[in-house]
Design a protein around this ligand. Structure first.
Ligand SMILES: [Ca+2]
Ligand SMILES: [Ca+2]
Ligand SMILES: [Ca+2]
Ligand SMILES: [Ca+2]
Length: 356
């Protein structure tokens, strides 16, 4: 890590984290596949001095590089022990073998008390019928030495009848309180059968649920505050088989091998964007629904997160989340939509939608 100072000079580099497994990083056509996430560095304020520190898991303990007043990170890491048991810190380990285990998901302040918390994800059950997934959050406790401890037992468990294949954090109303977005899949889409193959050939689509949980005043894991659906496969390409193997579902659309896998060549992840495109400070949810339409669920104040009915925007969409971004192109404080349409036959195109 090279930190640039005020005069443009870079400080001495700091080596952080385990060695990056470069074999899992494919060329530049993977916009979303970054070596930084491959190194599994967590950004939290471990010593609670209001400066973000960098933490990583090193085989059997955490190591933290504290940030100093100048914005530089300590050359030497300090160890802190774990109290929470898990098998690995690498999410990729869940999509291999019989796909069971408990993995460190992330360190972040989930309950907004300023102390870092620890989240794990577990998969249990060898067969799809017995498969169960679970996210657990262990709230951080201020340690007597100024550091952070994690409670041994989970404070919050978020379970679903469906299989949770991913979790992202978003601060939807920019009040420092995170909301969690789980992507889940019904088990019936994970089982291949002659019936599913026929249904797939007839165009039955696979759907994912997006389950949103607010965390204000503690994480309520009983029931999501909002659920929206997103289509998994893209019927514009080859017919998909109406089911998807769990390992492919767990890898999602941004993994390194998606261009070389032989099944599920079609777009795995339909466009999904979260950000404020209306300029009211509340994040909106944008989902690509057809090649020519984008559904915009406008953000609303709590307890709901989004308007019930979407506004449909007509636009030649890219069918792949990989090529869509929200960026403020004209610097007016409202996010705009940027689409890259790659092509092997004609020059690449870029489309911009400026939010007004
Ligand atoms: Ca700190
Ligand atoms: Ca916390
Ligand atoms: Ca908004
Ligand atoms: Ca703008």
């Amino acid at each position: 890590m090279f930190i640039q100072g005020e005069e443009g000079k870079f400080a001495d580099p700091v080596k952080i984290g385990p060695p990056t497994d470069m074999s899992r990083i494919y060329g530049a056509d993977g916009y979303r596949y970054d070596p930084w996430s491959q190194s599994r560095i967590h950004e939290v304020d471990e010593n609670r001095d209001a400066r973000t520190d960098l933490v990583f898991w090193n085989k059997d303990h955490f190591e933290v590089h504290h940030q100093d007043k100048r914005g530089l990170f300590a050359q030497h890491a300090r160890n802190f022990m774990r109290e929470v048991a898990f098998d690995a810190d690498d999410l990729d380990s869940l999509d291999a073998g019989n796909m069971t285990g408990k993995v460190l998901h992330s360190l972040a302040d989930f309950n907004g008390d300023g102390v870092a918390d620890l989240a794990t994800v577990s998969l249990e059950g060898k067969s799809i019928a017995r498969k169960r997934s679970r996210y657990e959050v262990h709230f951080g406790i201020p340690g007597s030495d100024g550091g952070t401890l994690f409670a041994k037992t989970a404070d919050v468990t978020i379970q679903s009848k469906r299989i949770q294949i991913g979790m992202e954090r978003h601060d939807f109303d920019r009040n420092g309180q995170l909301a969690l977005m789980f992507t889940t899949i019904n088990k019936r889409y994970l089982k291949n059968s002659l019936f599913k193959t026929i249904a797939g050939a007839l165009g039955e689509d696979i759907w994912l649920d997006l389950e949103f949980y607010r965390t204000e005043g503690g994480l309520n894991s009983e029931k999501p505050n909002a659920v929206r659906r997103i289509q998994l496969s893209d019927t514009r390409r080859i017919r998909e088989p109406g089911s998807v193997p769990l390992d492919v579902a767990l890898r999602g659309g941004t993994h390194e091998a998606r261009f070389t896998q032989t099944r599920h060549l079609g777009t795995f992840n339909a466009p999904l964007l979260v950000g404020d495109v209306t300029g009211d400070g509340l994040s909106d949810l944008l989902i690509g629904v057809t090649p020519t339409a984008l559904d915009v669920f406008v953000g609303v104040p709590r307890p709901a997160l989004f308007a019930r009915q979407p506004q449909s925007v007509r636009v030649a969409m890219h069918d792949d989340r990989e090529y869509t971004w929200l960026v403020d192109m004209n610097k007016d404080g409202t996010l705009d939509i940027l689409l890259h349409h790659p092509s092997t036959t004609v020059p690449h195109r870029v489309t911009m939608l400026i939010a007004r």
